[in-house]
Design a protein around this ligand. Structure first.
Ligand code: AKG
Ligand code: FE2
Length: 297
């Protein structure tokens, strides 16, 4: 999967034309090529109906149990704005974890974009409640040096909704094609200045995923959760996957017990780099810059 050395420098946010080509692995079939091309062009790609609605309902139950547990202890959940929580969990807190990481579409996207040695580094969820407001446009982390230099994406965030998304629930909004915007002037490399909001608003697409759908995006594609005008929460699962060396694992505290690890198929184990422990420790959320900038819940 070597990308040509002639890749031009990333374009400036003011430039309308993304200059990166997709890094399609050699020998990829047509479906894989299309997935990688869409991801490199739009910064997001999705598969409808990857799981059944019943599978998504079970995921939602696990997410709600984990949220209740996290809210019951100090720093179990971190605020990402008013009535919007982020909670990180361990794989065995999610009954469908193996189904998720072993799903053919998920595996294909990971392998094609991140290479055969991709690493599952983060499992968590965002829960915007009825009081959630528009988030500032943002990246989930700053552009890594490698992406800036080579135009290669080195990590992916998979999202799965726990509910059928309706307009009044404050849908996820994304600005396709902004994953390679240079971040000069972005606050902490993540939050673009208001003077650039026009660029994101022009491109903004609201997503209405239904239970069972899965999407994969670059965390660099500028996006935001929007204002929830309903009485319902809109839980979203987040699975973070890295290319080797991308360095996101160190920001997360995922672990698995020995017994659970031993129960996993080898091809799932192959992508887990987290510690194997005797007993799980509930994850304490670090207070992050996201919480600060988005306004603690
Ligand atoms: O509301 C969403 O779906 C995404 C929220 C988000 O982007 C974040 O908290 O970083
Ligand atoms: Fe985000």
């Amino acid at each position: 999967m070597s990308q040509s050395t002639t890749t031009p420098a990333p374009h400036h946010p003011d430039s309308p034309v993304p200059v990166y080509g997709a890094a399609v692995p050699e020998g990829a079939d047509e479906e894989t090529r299309a997935l990688v091309e869409t991801l490199y062009r739009d910064g997001i790609v999705a598969k409808k109906g990857a799981f059944t609605p019943a599978w998504a309902d079970a995921m939602r139950e696990d997410v709600e149990a984990a949220l209740a547990e996290a809210l019951s202890r100090p720093d179990g959940a971190v605020g990402r704005g008013p009535d919007r929580y982020y909670v990180e969990i361990h794989p065995e807190q999610l009954r469908g974890f193996v189904d998720l990481v072993d799903h053919p579409w998920v595996r294909t996207v990971c392998e094609a974009v991140l290479g055969p040695d991709y690493q599952v580094v983060e499992l968590g969820f965002d829960v915007p409640g009825p009081g959630a407001v528009n988030q500032p446009w943002h990246r989930d982390f700053p552009m890594p040096e490698e992406t800036r230099r080579t135009g290669r994406l080195t990590s992916l965030a998979f999202n799965l909704t726990g509910v059928d998304t309706a307009e009044d629930m404050g849908p996820f909004e994304v600005a396709p094609g902004t994953q390679f915007d240079l971040s000069d002037g972005f606050d902490h490399g993540m939050f673009p200045p208001k003077s650039l909001y026009g660029r994101f608003e022009e491109r903004a697409v609201r997503k209405y995923p239904q239970r069972g759908d899965v999407s994969a995006r670059s965390a660099l594609t500028v996006h935001r959760g929007t204002k929830n005008d309903s009485q319902l929460t809109r839980p979203v699962l987040v699975l973070g996957v890295d290319a080797p060396g991308a360095g996101n694992a160190e920001h997360h505290d995922m672990a698995v017990t020995k017994g659970y690890y031993e129960s996993l198929p080898q091809r799932v184990r192959d992508h887990l780099v987290c510690p194997v422990v005797d007993e799980l420790t509930p994850i304490t959320q670090k207070h992050t810059i996201e919480g600060l900038v988005m306004g603690e819940a």
